[in-house]
Design a protein around this ligand. Structure first.
Ligand code: PLP
Length: 400
């Protein structure tokens, strides 16, 4: 028996939804994509949604839409999956790591303030484990310094911050639909926003920077015709006829975008999974509550602390080893067939970051957390019996 830390929950309804698309006319860029986007946007309370091929692509196009480029700094947390910072590097920008809050393991707004410079352009808070960051404080800092906020909500679809769902607070929020995440499409991601301008840029970057939208072509046309560079203005002038009266074949590439499209097959699965999200979340909360109850009086274990007024999505259940060597506990539990893990190695510790300017970077609270952290299995398929086994083994390992 091996109990993984996370896994998907797929039922017959999900399978039928996928099969239906396979029998239909569209496998990609079809109606299932738009239907899935609407479902997620409505659920989180956002105006617009753009589905993409994975969560990393979502972060990348969000950074592109935010205009991140060379010389720009973007502040994020070191306790996250590498993609939260890599997306900034893809755009030529510089990720800057701000230390975490010891209680919540989320990025600490006070640490964000210390890292702001004249080059800071955006913030990427990560709702780590599914627990919402201190968004009031983060949005306040962002407004004061004129920064865009891109939430990495890969863990947090369905999480609630002071009565608002994650996805309805910042400028953009990115989700991932990898199999261990709150819902899955196999591979998939999405960006939600209330800002129409950002939405249009996200759509553009998702598919090569190409558009057939006459209004958008005209907008670029007008801007370029007024360019100070005579060659640009002249080139725009030349295209005027095409933009005014485009033929049925006509399209333009306005930016350097990517192929980050997602299939209708994946989106049909996603829409079907959305019907079950509340049930998944309920089950995750039950599991977390049972772990809390089982470990709260074990002094060798620190259970995860929750912020008032928030509901975590409980993507991960992290404990910290206070007395025993983490490595011993980890190896012991793995040997018993429990798929414990460590989320995450501070991003700046990876060799790529070390040899690209981060060798001197150290976030002491993140380091301390990383030394002690262990993630326990939590996912909707985990049975009570399996959880009891995990609990017994964890207590046994920690009290040896
Ligand atoms: C999973 C994850 C991502 C990336 O999502 P993919 O769909 O795997 O590309 C980004 N950030 C965090 C915090 C994640 O957990």
């Amino acid at each position: 028996m091996y109990i993984p830390y996370g896994r998907q929950s797929i039922d017959e309804e999900d399978i039928n939804a996928v099969v239906q698309v396979l029998r239909s006319d569209y496998l990609t860029t079809g109606p299932a994509v738009a239907a899935f986007e609407k479902k997620v946007a409505d659920y989180v309370g956002a105006k617009y949604a753009v589905a993409v091929s994975n969560g990393t692509a979502a972060l990348h196009v969000a950074c592109l839409a935010a205009g991140i480029g060379k010389g720009d700094e973007v502040i994020t947390t070191p306790i996250t999956f590498a993609a939260s910072a890599n997306c900034v590097l893809y755009c030529g920008g510089t990720p800057v790591f701000a230390d975490i809050d010891e209680q919540t393991y989320n990025i600490d707004p006070a640490e964000i303030k210390k890292k702001i410079t004249s080059r800071t352009k955006a913030l990427i808070p990560v709702h780590y484990t599914g627990q919402p960051c201190d968004m009031d404080e983060i949005m306040k800092i962002a407004r004061e310094h004129d920064l865009l906020v891109i939430e990495d909500g890969a863990h947090a679809l369905g999480a609630v911050y002071k009565g608002k769902r994650i996805g309805s607070i910042a400028d953009m929020t990115c989700f991932s639909f990898h199999p261990v995440k709150p819902i899955t499409t196999g591979e998939g991601g999405m960006i939600v926003t209330d800002n129409e301008e950002l939405y249009r840029r996200l759509v553009l970057y998702r598919s090569h920077g190409i558009t057939r939208d006459q209004g958008l072509m005209q907008e670029y046309q007008d801007r370029e015709q007024n360019s100070d560079v005579p060659e640009i203005a002249a080139a725009a002038e030349m295209l005027q006829g095409d933009v005014k009266d485009p033929g049925g074949w006509y399209y333009q590439q306005l930016e350097l975008g990517y192929n980050y499209r997602i299939t209708d097959i994946a989106c049909a699965l996603g829409a079907s999974q959305m019907n079950k999200l509340d049930g998944f979340l309920k089950r995750r909360r039950e599991i977390a509550a049972r772990y809390d109850e089982a470990f709260k009086n074990i002094q060798q274990i620190q259970i995860p602390r929750q912020q008032e007024g928030c509901e975590s999505g409980w993507h991960l259940y992290m404990i910290q080893s206070l007395k025993r060597d983490r490595r011993k506990v980890f190896d012991g539990l793995r040997k018993e067939g429990i798929g414990v893990n460590v989320h995450y190695i501070p991003v700046y510790r990876h060799p790529y970051y070390q040899r690209n300017g981060y060798a001197g970077v150290c976030c002491p609270k993140a380091e301390k957390y990383y030394e002690r952290a262990i993630s326990l299995p939590i996912h909707p398929q985990l049975t009570e019996k399996q959880q009891d086994y995990v609990i017994d083994q964890v207590i046994c390992e920690f009290t040896k």
